[in-house]
Design a protein around this ligand. Structure first.
Ligand code: NAD
Length: 268
């Protein structure tokens, strides 16, 4: 296959982005493909739509795009996904731990199975993927691990116990990973987005509209004015551009950092 992006900054690299069938993960996968990286997609969704997405990305950017349907709450499936990336595309150079879910309830009402699922998908999966991808990165003495944390890795919101705990934990894992690879060509960093209007946040908008008896647009404005001083949603494309920077050689001394892209949320 000809590689239209062979001059891209990430040409010749393979990027695995978990949870890349929608939202932020898809935005990041697109930007990596645009920079010439081959991409392993992962996440849930309609099989036909995923086939189309895969074919469209490959055609648009002239890179290889493969898909692996692994559930990030299941370590055995994660192991199979890393093996798939090794077999199909020669290993994982850039690992983006992005898959995530959310559930909102006060601690005393928080279902135990929701707690377990959020910790497994939003936190433990990043340990499992990193553990399995790092040996290959060490062999090449080059690698990038980018963990999608959140403003909720730095500050809290009532009702989000598991999400906040998982994202704070993910920042801890990021720092440990950065220290353990500090003298190598591997970097480990995190991105902390504020509100991005993906399916995950659309549910919050819908819930807010229903609770307050307001329109969808009013609920979006309310959500932003509560938290995000810019009054605008961050976009997956903007987060993709930040991920490309963190994956670049220019960012080789960025290690163990949590990069906010949150319209000013945590500056308040
Ligand atoms: P989204 O719901 O649009 O996408 C989530 C992706 O994860 C989808 O591809 C979904 O199929 C996949 N996924 C969910 N459970 C999975 C599982 N068990 N195994 C494999 N894949 C699974 O969400 P998003 O808003 O794009 O969120 C992506 C990441 O960014 C999450 O980690 C989220 O916590 C974080 N984040 C989102 C926002 C926001 O405002 N949207 C803000 C801060 C951080």
């Amino acid at each position: 296959m000809t590689n239209k992006s062979s001059s891209g900054n990430l040409s010749g690299k393979t990027a695995l982005v978990t949870g890349s069938t929608s939202g932020i993960g898809l935005g990041i996968a697109r930007r990596f493909a645009a920079e010439g990286a081959n991409v392993v997609l992962n996440g849930f969704g309609d099989a036909g739509a995923i086939d189309t997405l895969q074919a469209d990305l490959a055609k648009e950017f002239g890179v290889q795009v493969v898909y692996h349907n692994a559930d990030m709450s299941k370590p055995a499936e994660i192991e199979a996904m890393i093996k798939f990336a090794d077999d199909k595309l020669g290993g994982v150079d850039i690992l983006v731990n992005n898959a995530g879910i959310q559930f909102v309830a006060n601690i005393e009402d928080f279902p135990i199975e929701k707690w377990d699922a959020i910790i497994a998908i939003n936190l433990s999966s990043a340990f499992h993927t990193s553990r399995l991808a790092l040996p290959g990165m060490r062999k090449k003495n080059w690698g990038r691990i980018i963990n999608l944390a959140s403003t909720h890795g730095l500050v809290a919101s009532a009702g989000k116990a598991a999400y906040v705990a998982a994202k704070h934990g993910l920042l801890g894992l990021t720092k440990v990973g950065a220290l353990e690879t500090a003298t190598t060509g591997i970097t480990v960093n995190a991105i902390c987005p504020g509100f991005v209007l993906t399916p995950l946040v659309q549910k919050q908008v819908d819930d807010r509209a229903a609770k307050d008896g307001i329109s969808n647009d009013e609920a979006k404005k309310a959500l932003l004015s509560d938290k995000q001083p810019s009054g605008e949603f961050v976009t997956p494309e903007e987060l993709g551009a930040l991920a490309v920077f963190l994956a670049s050689d220019a960012a080789r001394q960025v290690r163990g950092a949590a990069w906010n892209m949150d319209g000013g949320w945590v500056a308040q």
